[in-house]
Design a binder for this molecule. Sequence first.
Ligand code: CMC
Length: 382
Amino acid sequence: MAEMPEYIPGLAGVPAARTSICLIDGIVGKLQYRGYPIEVLAEQGTYEEVAYLLLFGKLPTTRQLDEFRGQLIAERGLKFRIIDLLKTLPESGHPMDALTAAVAAMGMFYKGDHIEDLEFRRLSVIRLIAKLPTIVAAWHRIRRGDDPIKPSTELSHAANFLYMLEGEVPTRLAERVFDVALVLHAEHSMNASTFTARVTGSTLTDPYAVVASAIGSLAGPLHGGANEQVLATLEDIEDRSPQAVRRWAEDRLARKEKIMGFGHRVYKVKDPRATILQGLATQLFRKFGSTPDYDLAVELEGQMTDLVGSKGIYPNVDFYSGIVYQKLGIPIDLFTPIFAVSRVSGWLAHLLEQLENNRIFRPSQIWIGEADRTFVPIEERG
Ligand code: CMC
């Protein structure tokens, strides 16, 4: 019998692709998109510029960026029948499920001949990045009985999303903070949803199916869903004194419970995105006043660093993102859909890279069952 390969749960550390999209060094906390440090992109870039960079591998010139922005703006609207579809969904359902359903349905409205048709591929990429924010905002309004707001043809990607939620053009600061949050979430190498996107894409299915499957993967509480749960975790801590916060954390750890917003498969230091988000939170607080959740979060981070920092467990991107979104007035169950609104450009960059040199994913398995069993007719089974 052939020698058994080693089984690695969660494929931890097993390379699944050769890529030039996102570089992470989890030991020192380094994150780069296409070779540019995340700190620089967050400070100097915009989401549209970063999406272009991820998709095409280079920073756009002014002309290229104007053209790309124009294409996105032209594709922001939704077909009436997609809006009708959203209206048929139960308003108590999770927005991630509504997003999955609408994106999967897009595949029926925008049928292309084949993913190898480069024009179909290009248009699908633009449509998906442009329309995801519109779907999330439309669903949010539809579920509470309001009409969706038509997307603006003037505002940036970030400002337009905030505008479509409540019909108010955001302040410059709110727009900037939200834009940086989108930049920070746009890509993160071979995480579960990106791997899902590459696996689905490797079958040469359409990009709508690719993104719908990636959204399903992102929804889980160990992945994108964690950002919603961080605020619930903070709410759970009744006594906010340092001693009580420490006892709360010790208790959870002793019961082997995961504390949401901490830990990462790759980072063994504080996630650089968490540090940038913390900076954004303080900018917002200076303008709009602080929130007690932030002080509690900082206290919890300190206690956790003391307790499990030596095991490489530190805040990840989700720890401070919820606090920022809450301050921007965004409802909690939209936090994960916003992650998808941003990450879609990363997923599509990986799809394009996968298609450049595609081979369908087909890993092996390690058989642990019984073989060559004899079929017993039902009347003879004990
Ligand atoms: N709280 C308490 N203990 C933890 C945590 C945590 N958040 N994360 C890891 N550990 C412990 C875990 O109990 C285990 O301890 P031991 O070796 O004593 O059994 C050890 O660290 C290794 O944990 P693991 O679950 O095997 O690590 P992993 O690499 O498989 O999982 C993770 C990474 C992100 C799924 C995990 O850290 C986790 O569940 N964190 C909470 C959920 C979360 O915040 N997810 C967002 C991740 S970042 C954004 C994204 O990817 O979407």
